[in-house]
Design a protein around this ligand. Structure first.
Ligand SMILES: Nc1nc2c(ncn2[C@@H]2O[C@H](COP(=O)(O)OP(=O)(O)OP(=O)(O)O)[C@@H](O)[C@H]2O)c(=O)[nH]1
Ligand SMILES: [Mg+2]
Length: 257
């Protein structure tokens, strides 16, 4: 657009015919006046980029499978993701999301993936997945035999993982010229049906829990207006309505609706 309007401008200036000048300029002005609409439409129809983060075995791949209506074979879920997964969800009226699933801490590609979503091609929103100590323990690369971990150990690993991710989110939020959003997705809620309220409290801002305290720190570093935070419980076995509620919330946070 820029190059064609400057071309029109030059042609009009060098033209000897007055009438041609005014038509050329009028045409260029009319084209320019249509620009903002076209540009904002192109902007709106761009699918927001969403990073999916969280410790290994927490259920990120499975959650995104639900969101994009796809299935990953069980044998892949057992060992965990080795690389970043890219999935696009297309829906009606040009609304949709591009998910970037950052592999958990047993994958060698994790740091590169974190750099990509928080720096190289920064995301518009983050789904940070947690499971109240129910992550599937994974074996570290090169180690054989079954992996084991107590619930306390898993909670503590989850908190360390969150500290790293929260730090990356804070630096993205302060660099970005527009707000970003964060949804803490409490998954595997089918494994702790009687503790869902307790879990939601544990992961909420202002709860005074170890996780909540780190969330409060992140919000004060990032500035409340730059970072919207939500907490939602789901499970891979969730009713379609629960998954739809998560999608609706992401759409609202992304300005789709
Ligand atoms: N019961 C239950 N199991 C789940 C749920 N979500 C995932 N799982 C299981 O938990 C295990 C880990 O899930 P993944 O989706 O592979 O975990 P991930 O976060 O992608 O792990 P990495 O790829 O290693 O980072 C798999 O065996 C899943 O079948 C859930 O909501 N409920
Ligand atoms: Mg995975």
């Amino acid at each position: 657009m820029n190059s064609s309007s400057s071309h029109l401008g030059r042609a009009a200036l060098s033209s000897p015919a007055g009438a041609a000048i005014s038509t050329g300029v009028a045409g260029a002005l009319a084209a320019l006046s249509r620009l903002p609409n076209q540009a904002s439409h192109a902007f709106r129809s761009r699918y927001p980029l969403v990073a999916v983060t969280g410790m290994t075995g927490v259920g990120k791949t499975k959650l995104v499978d639900r969101l994009v209506r796809r299935t990953t074979a069980d044998e892949h879920l057992e060992v965990g993701s080795a690389t970043m997964e890219r999935r696009t969800q297309r829906s009606a009226r040009l609304q949709g999301f591009r998910f970037r699933v950052v592999p958990g801490d047993n994958a060698a590609t994790r740091l590169g993936a974190l750099d990509e979503v928080f720096h190289d091609e920064p995301v518009d929103g983050i789904l940070h997945v947690v499971s109240f100590g129910h992550a599937t323990p994974r074996r570290a690369a090169g180690v054989s035999g079954p992996a084991e971990a107590t619930r306390d150990q898993l909670m503590s690993t989850e908190l360390d993982d969150w500290a790293i991710t929260a730090h990356r989110i804070a630096s993205l939020a302060v660099r970005r010229d527009r707000p970003i959003w964060l949804v803490i997705v409490v998954t595997k809620s089918d494994l702790f049906p009687d503790q869902v309220t307790e879990a939601l409290h544990y992961y909420s801002p202002g709860s005074g829990s170890p996780f909540g305290n780190k969330l409060d720190e992140l919000r004060s570093l990032a500035g409340g207006a730059r970072l919207a935070v939500d907490v939602i419980a789901v499970s891979a076995q969730s009713e379609e309505a629960q998954i739809a509620a998560l999608e609706t919330r992401m759409a609202q946070l992304s300005g789709h609706v």
